[in-house]
Design a protein around this ligand. Structure first.
Ligand SMILES: [Zn+2]
Length: 338
C-alpha cells in the first residue's frame, strides 16, 4: 500500500460539452487541484468567454476540487481587461501558444516580441506565464522545436523580463531540463507519457496515434533525463499531465490530432514508475509539493491510499456521446484507490 497527498495536476485540458463532463469527473476522482488550459475551439481571449467557461465547469464541479483557470494570451486582450480579471481572481495564469503549435492554437503568436506590452503587465502583477515551449518554423525538424524555443523565444523573454514567473510546460528534452535547472523564476511541468514513452514505443515498431502529442515524444536519452529529474524530487519540476481528450474518430483519422488522454490512469502510472525505481519518498514532491510551491499555493495534506492490483484489465476506451475516448496507460499493474 502507498499513501500520498491527493495530487495536483497543473496542466489539464477539459474541452467542452460531453468531453468536459467526463474529463472533469475523472479529475475530481484523483486530484485536489487542477489548472485548466484555455485553448478551446474559440480560445479564452476575453473576459466574457472566461466567465462563461468558468461557470460551465463550476456548475459540474460544485466546489469538489479547486480549479484554477488560464487565459489564452494573444493580442485580442486589452491589458486593462487582463489586470481586472486577475484582480477579480477569474484566472490564475496566462498561457502562451506559438501559432499552430498544437490543437486549437491558430491564433497564437508568430513573433513573441509582438506581445511585449503583455509581459510587462504579467511581470508587474506577478501573474504566472505558462509556455508551450516550441519554436514553430516549418523549415525545422519537429524534434528540434523545443531546443530552438529555449535558444530563441525563451532566452529573449528571460533577458527582458527576468522577474516574470514562468512555467515551461510539458518538457520533453534534456535541453529543457538543463535550462530550468540553470535559471531562476522558471519551473517545468512533466507529463506521464513523456516520462514513460520514447520514440521507440511511439513509432519504433508500429505508429501509435494514441501517443501522438505536441511536443512530440522524444528519444530514450531525453526520456532518461526527464525520468532522472522527476524521480529526484527536484523542486523546479512537477506533474502536469497535459491530459488532452479527443474523440476516437479524430485520433484514428487521416489526420491524427495531437493529445494524449491520460487522466484516468496517470496517478497509477506515476506511482508504479516511482515504485519500480524505489523513489516513492519523492512522490509527494512531484505530485503535490513542487507545483504548489512554484505557484505559491497551499494544498490539503489529506492522504489517499492505493493498493497494487497485478495484471489489471485496463479500460482502453470509454463511451462519450456517440463516440469514444481512448485512455492512456503504460504499465501492466494498477494502483487502485482504496
Ligand atoms: Zn496542453
Amino acid at each position: 500500500m502507498i499513501s500520498i497527498y491527493k495530487p495536483s495536476d497543473f496542466h489539464v485540458h477539459l474541452r467542452e460539452g460531453e468531453i468536459l463532463n467526463q474529463a472533469l469527473k475523472e479529475n475530481i476522482a484523483y486530484f485536489q487541484k487542477i489548472l485548466v488550459m484555455p485553448n478551446l475551439k474559440k480560445p479564452i481571449t476575453n473576459s466574457k468567454r472566461l466567465i462563461s467557461y468558468r461557470n460551465q465547469i463550476e456548475s459540474i464541479n460544485k466546489n469538489k476540487i479547486k480549479i484554477f483557470f488560464t487565459i489564452y494570451l494573444n493580442s485580442e486582450w486589452s491589458t486593462k481587461e487582463i489586470v481586472n480579471c486577475y484582480k477579480n481572481k477569474l484566472f490564475f495564469a496566462a498561457k502562451l501558444y506559438p501559432k499552430n503549435a498544437t490543437t486549437n492554437s491558430k491564433t497564437g503568436f508568430s513573433d513573441i516580441k509582438d506581445l511585449t506590452k503583455y509581459f510587462y503587465i504579467l511581470e508587474k502583477h506577478n501573474i504566472p506565464l505558462c509556455l508551450h515551449g516550441e519554436s514553430i518554423s516549418y523549415q525545422d525538424d519537429p524534434f528540434d522545436r523545443e531546443k530552438k524555443f529555449l535558444e530563441k523565444e525563451l532566452s529573449w523573454l528571460r533577458k527582458h523580463f527576468p522577474n516574470l514567473k514562468i512555467t515551461l510546460e510539458h518538457i520533453t528534452t534534456k535541453d529543457a531540463v538543463d535550462y530550468v535547472k540553470e535559471n531562476k523564476n522558471i519551473s517545468a511541468s512533466i507529463t506521464t507519457h513523456h516520462l514513460l514513452e520514447n520514440t521507440n514505443s511511439f513509432l519504433g515498431d508500429s505508429l501509435k496515434p494514441e501517443l501522438f502529442c505536441k511536443p512530440i515524444i522524444k528519444n530514450r536519452n531525453h526520456q532518461i533525463s526527464l525520468q532522472k529529474i522527476a524521480l529526484s524530487g527536484h523542486k523546479n519540476f512537477f506533474f502536469g499531465s497535459d491530459s488532452a481528450p479527443h474523440y476516437k474518430k479524430l485520433k484514428f483519422n487521416n489526420e491524427c490530432c495531437a493529445g494524449v488522454y491520460s487522466t484516468k490512469y496517470s496517478i497509477s502510472n506515476i506511482i508504479e514508475f516511482f515504485s519500480l525505481n524505489k523513489k516513492t519518498k519523492n512522490l509527494n514532491k512531484f505530485l503535490s509539493l513542487n507545483g504548489n510551491t512554484h505557484y505559491g499555493l497551499d494544498f490539503l495534506k489529506k492522504e489517499i491510499s492505493f493498493k497494487k492490483i497485478k495484471n489489471y484489465k485496463f479500460q482502453k476506451l470509454s463511451k462519450c456521446g456517440d463516440d469514444f475516448l481512448c485512455h492512456y496507460n503504460h504499465f501492466k499493474d494498477y494502483w487502485s484507490k482504496i
